[in-house]
Write a protein that binds this ligand. Structure first.
Ligand SMILES: Nc1ncnc2c1ncn2[C@@H]1O[C@H](COP(=O)(O)OP(=O)(O)OP(=O)(O)O)[C@@H](O)[C@H]1O
Length: 248
């Protein structure tokens, strides 16, 4: 479904993604595991096309030069030069880290804002589906998003991505800053998105332990480069992973 080949991203002369190739098959949940600054966000921004928007913005204001190289194929089509919104309309949707919700709008309004690419007659149905997935959001539908807990904001962020109707959902650090109990809830929600909704996912995560058991495949990256690959359960047993990410 997704094949990225030899991706390279430079911020000025600093390399953030270094000759990285990966693929995701339809129906899989694939992880990108890496510590701080490993290049996870840059990689997901590159696959979603957001990096091209950031590149353009920087260029317009005379800021840093961002160079992007490599090929990205999605459902057999070369999408390397497509803009983020064009990729989103092909159902390749990014859910960014740290709750990019509109804090002064309520939950329902946030979901409606996210549904702007949908025909009007589908909006109600897709939002109802999000409420089925995340009953807490239904409960707080009139509450301002800024007053939700971190975990609820993360669910809303994923709900907003779901409203777009993803076939391939990119999740950037969904577990960041959540309590262990909330992480467990979210991992269950991710599992049900995969199993019951048939959504293919690529998930970048630093604290990957709760996610690893459910990953069909994972890529470990450091300094923008691939260092290890394997299925989630294989990586769980890997001594390097245990010491680097689990602290033993
Ligand atoms: N806009 C930018 N300008 C310059 N350098 C950047 C920019 N964004 C990221 N970088 C650098 O690129 C490298 C990769 O950063 P990136 O945010 O992709 O990593 P990450 O794995 O997502 O890290 P984190 O978990 O801390 O978010 C880092 O060295 C970072 O400092």
């Amino acid at each position: 479904m997704l094949k990225a080949t030899d991706l390279m991203v430079f911020y000025e002369n600093a390399i953030a993604v270094n000759e990285l190739s990966l693929s995701v098959r339809k129906g899989q949940v694939v992880g990108v595991i890496g510590s701080n600054s490993a290049g996870k966000t840059t990689l997901l921004n590159t696959i979603s096309g957001l990096i091209l928007d950031i590149q353009l913005k920087e260029k317009r204001k005379g800021g840093e030069r961002i160079t992007v190289m490599g090929k990205i194929e999605y459902q057999g089509q070369d999408i390397s030069r497509l803009k983020a919104h064009e990729r989103a309309s092909l159902a390749l949707v990014l859910c960014r880290e740290r709750h990019p919700v509109f804090p002064d709008s309520n939950v329902h309004e946030n979901l409606k804002i996210a549904s702007y690419l949908r025909p009007t007659n589908q909006v109600r149905q897709v939002i109802d589906h999000v409420y089925e997935l995340f009953p807490n959001l239904k409960r707080w539908r009139k509450r301002k998003a800024g007053f939700l807990s971190g975990g609820e904001q993360q669910m809303l962020a994923i709900g907003m991505a779901m409203v777009v109707g993803p076939k391939l959902l990119l999740l950037d650090e969904p577990l960041l800053g959540l309590s262990p109990a909330m992480q467990k809830n979210l991992v269950q929600a991710i599992e049900s998105l995969s199993r019951e909704n048939g959504i293919t996912m690529l998930i970048a995560e630093q604290f990957a332990r709760p996610l690893l058991p459910m990953l069909d495949f994972a890529y470990v990256i450091e300094n923008g480069m691939l260092t290890l690959t394997g299925t989630g359960p294989e990586l769980m047993e890997n001594p390097e992973i245990k010491s680097a990410y689990f602290g033993f």
